[in-house]
Design a protein around this ligand. Structure first.
Ligand SMILES: Nc1ncnc2c1ncn2[C@@H]1O[C@H](COP(=O)(O)OP(=O)(O)O)[C@@H](O)[C@H]1O
Ligand SMILES: [Mg+2]
Length: 322
């Protein structure tokens, strides 16, 4: 039995760029699509490196319980001390903005003021504390689920009582201060092997992006009317920042992710008019923008493929020595 890289996921399309890179370097791999197949745990897991790419938005692709199933599978893998990249702790963060913000703050990373609401009544009541525009978003989000901008409580009232209101799949809706960025860009810092690889700037002058790489995401998200509905893979809204200096924020991100079992991630932040930085999203299931990467030496998926292969080889060497 050969050692392999196992890719745990629930979206075939998102795996395609990784498949391509793994084939180029002859790295053996197998996919576990946890929205489609069951993994029985009667036996020991196979030998190999397990890369968890489960997504918080899996329910929007008909895989309502794929994250829960993944949690069980990761428990089994971790029980048998398998090498898991983006482990059970990483999954817990992927599916909860509340946990992301708590952890970010414990590393001294500022997040926007946020209230967590478990029903419509509390959403309406909590909105009173915002004097400036605010947004709603889902605790278990991804692809901009539930992200809407409100200028005042009246606008929120009419939305929440309309049939367009959609609660988060885990029942928790966030109310969050809207960070008015100046200039109108957001930044996404990418990490592989818990180390920074590059930062991409997204032009948000016509609205904020929802997903940095996936055109599909733009199609079935009605919320895009509030944050711009352009497809990020078309045009050049995405630009890898040249000579981005590793700064104290990036160092904090690296510590935050490595402490939380996250080795591959994209972390998003925005800078307000006073120069204050707010971090608002941690993605453990990261995709890369092909247009932006065209002019870059560093390629996200290639970095992941090389990292996975390196991990597999070191595992194999350890086994031979033993
Ligand atoms: N507090 C905020 N202020 C301003 N814009 C925001 C804020 N939070 C999110 N956005 C915009 O909405 C987009 C989606 O929000 P995000 O928190 O990243 O949710 P998701 O996990 O669904 O990607 C972001 O990329 C950003 O453009
Ligand atoms: Mg995001």
């Amino acid at each position: 039995m050969t050692n392999k890289i196992y890719i745990i996921h629930e979206n075939d399309d998102w795996v395609e760029p990784l498949r391509k890179e793994l084939k180029v370097i002859n790295a053996p791999f197998e996919e576990w699509h946890l929205g489609k197949r069951n993994v029985d745990h009667l036996n020991e897991p196979p030998q190999g490196v397990f890369y968890n790419r489960m997504s918080a938005s899996s329910h929007t692709r008909g895989h309502r319980y794929a994250p829960e199933h993944t949690a069980v599978v990761l428990n089994w893998l971790e029980k048998y001390k398998r090498r898991v990249i983006n482990n059970s702790r990483a999954l817990a963060l992927e599916i909860s903005k509340s946990l992301q913000y708590k952890e970010l703050e414990s590393f001294g990373i500022k997040t926007p003021k946020t209230i967590y609401c478990s029903n419509k009544e509390s959403i309406l009541k909590s909105a009173n504390i915002f004097r400036k525009p605010f947004i709603t978003k889902h605790n278990r989000g991804g692809k901009g689920l539930g992200v809407k901008l409100f200028n005042n409580k009246k606008e929120l009232d009419s939305h929440v009582s309309s049939k367009n209101f959609e609660p988060s799949i885990d029942g928790i809706t966030l109310l969050q201060e809207y960070i008015d960025a100046s200039p109108k860009v957001i930044i996404r810092a990418e990490f592989v092997n818990s180390k920074f690889i590059y930062a991409v700037e997204v032009d948000a002058s016509e609205g904020f992006e929802l997903c940095p790489a996936c055109p599909e995401d733009q199609i079935d998200v009605p919320e895009t009317q509030f944050f711009g509905d352009y497809c990020p893979t078309i045009g050049n809204k995405f630009r890898i920042i040249k000579n981005y200096k590793i700064n104290s924020l990036i160092e904090k991100y690296e510590k935050f992710i490595s402490t939380n079992g996250i080795e591959i991630a994209g972390i998003e932040y925005v800078i307000d008019k006073n120069g204050e930085i707010f971090t608002y999203d941690v993605n453990t299931n990261t995709n890369y923008n092909p247009q932006a990467e065209r002019r870059s030496e560093i390629k996200g998926m290639r970095s992941i493929a090389n990292f996975l292969k390196k991990e597999l080889l070191s595992l194999y060497n350890i086994k031979v020595v033993a």
